[in-house]
Design a protein around this ligand. Structure first.
Ligand code: OGA
Ligand code: ZN
Length: 405
């Protein structure tokens, strides 16, 4: 029984059912000894039943074309055997057994997209004066160390690695520990240094206030990695601000400013001789109400107001207030990037920046890459299943953080 096929690549603990009863809808109500329950629709069970025209043991996916699904299917029989659910579909007569641990993970909501990811912890500078910091070489080798780094990255929106080598391939190596890198017209990985002929304000020595990269895209990159190869200039400190904390502040203190940021749209554009990227959106895009939110904030690529004339003045005022809060000492942290450091951050939540620097003396050379959020989420979920005791050690590190506070 324990080797019952499930539609995924995980091994589930055996969580025996206590009882099952047929429902008037033709489905089943499952109950576990601790009182947890799950109502299963017969059509959903039918699609997920192992075997031909159900879950294919090779792909572990449902191979039943829904056009062939008999919508009148009900459960004729349902019982518990060795803790597993066994059903017979009527009128088909097909029998199927379901792993109770797999059913339990649905009952517990563990199949939800954000279930295995930490809840975001909103921070101001006094809560998080420095980026959470991890040992780079360990993260490159060890999955438990990778999981702890990613957990901080997802919780706080940023996390740093230190003691990495300084060669140009390192950012790609770290990125590939997580998943696939996201290409753009800047390349799969790209340099940040002072260019003689820059195609971006980033490749000058000017200050970059709190911003997000590529707001000119339909979906701006979810995460960004920046690796420091060399830094001998005066100035150029890095900055980070939690956009969610800025929203909280505006909600409580300047709600009309927040309304304008959520509502008034701008056209962002990013161009060079070969490219012409454009997208329209508000400065703060809440999407469909689930995380992640998207902050679109970078004046060099904010091109045109896309709003009625009478909104424009208020929209500029709102951006100015947003920038004022996001760049203030209460919200923004400031730290130095040393050679061998790599900072990863949620580009759609956390606003990054840097101070101006003097490029006549010394060199400042960073290498960066982007990743879609899906890659980071996927790696974190897989690590949850593959690293023994991870849940416990993450809970322990949270408890330790609390006790330090
Ligand atoms: C960028 C950027 C930060 C830095 O390239 O978009 O924000 O520290 N760079 O130079
Ligand atoms: Zn940037």
């Amino acid at each position: 029984m324990a080797d019952l096929l499930t539609p995924d690549y995980y091994e589930y603990e055996w969580v025996p059912l206590e009882s099952v009863s047929l429902m008037p809808s033709g489905g089943a109500l499952l109950i576990w000894p601790d009182g947890q329950s799950l109502e299963c629709h017969p059509l959903w069970l039918r699609e997920n039943s192992p075997g031909p025209e159900g879950i294919d043991p090779r792909s572990k996916e449902n191979d039943l074309d829904v056009a062939k699904l008999d919508l009148d299917i009900r459960l004729g029989v349902a019982f518990v055997e060795d803790g597993a659910l066994v059903v017979e579909f009527h009128p088909e007569g097909r029998r199927a057994s379901f792993h109770p641990g797999w059913l339990r993970h649905v009952a517990d909501g563990q199949h939800q997209p954000f279930a295995l990811l930490p809840d975001p912890q909103i921070w101001k500078s006094q809560d998080l004066p420095e980026p959470p910091t991890h040992e780079g070489p360990l993260v490159l080798q060890d999955d438990a160390a990778l999981a702890k780094w990613l957990n901080d990255l997802l919780e706080f929106g940023l996390a740093r690695l230190v003691s990495l080598p300084t060669d140009a391939g390192v950012v790609e190596l770290v990125g590939r520990r997580i998943g696939v890198l996201r290409d753009s017209n800047f390349g799969l990985t790209w340099h940040v240094s002072v260019d003689l002929d820059p195609n971006s304000t980033a490749n000058t020595d000017v200050r970059l206030p709190a911003h997000s990269d590529l707001p000119s895209r339909e979906t701006p990159p979810g995460f960004q990695l920046l690796h420091c190869q060399e830094n001998t200039v005066a100035g150029g400190h890095s900055t980070m601000t939690d956009g969610l904390a800025v929203v909280q502040h505006l909600e409580q203190n300047e709600p009309e400013v927040l309304q304008s940021l959520l509502k008034s749209e701008w056209i962002f554009f990013n161009r060079d001789e070969e490219h012409d990227h454009r997208w329209t959106g508000p400065i703060i895009d809440r999407g469909d109400g689930r995380v992640p939110w998207t902050f679109r904030a970078f004046h060099p690529v904010r091109g045109f107001p896309a709003m009625p004339q009478e909104e424009i003045g208020d929209a500029y005022f709102a951006i100015q207030r947003f920038g004022h809060v996001a760049n203030s000492d209460d919200f923004q942290i400031r730290y130095e990037l040393h050679p061998g450091d790599l900072i990863a951050f949620d580009n759609r939540r956390v606003l990054h920046g840097r101070e101006s620097f003097d490029s006549t003396e010394g060199t400042r050379q960073l290498r960066g890459t982007y990743m879609d959020s899906d890659e980071v989420y996927s790696r974190m979920r897989v690590l949850h299943h593959s690293v023994p005791g991870l849940q416990h050690s993450l809970a322990f590190s949270v408890a330790r953080k609390d006790s330090n506070a």
